[in-house]
Design a protein around this ligand. Structure first.
Ligand SMILES: [Zn+2]
Length: 68
């Protein structure tokens, strides 16, 4: 489950697994084809998670060092 900003109804909606029509590989990660609650088909690019946790934890360490 994740949040997606729909370009058709211009709302940020929660998308459930049942609304995902297909998942494809994309140069920037994974491309989810999904159907919004309003019925519009949307594509969302999700960056691959393999890099994100490293960047996030490094940023957390910087923030913690600044506070301390
Ligand atoms: Zn929508």
């Amino acid at each position: 489950m994740f949040a997606h900003h729909c370009t058709a109804c211009d709302r940020r909606m929660l998308i459930f697994p049942g609304q995902i029509l297909s998942v494809r590989e994309h140069e920037d990660g994974l491309a989810y084809q999904l159907e919004c609650w309003c019925g519009a088909e949307q594509t969302m690019i999700e960056p691959l998670l393999s890099e994100a946790p490293v960047e996030r934890s490094a940023a957390d360490r910087r923030d913690a060092a600044r506070v301390a």
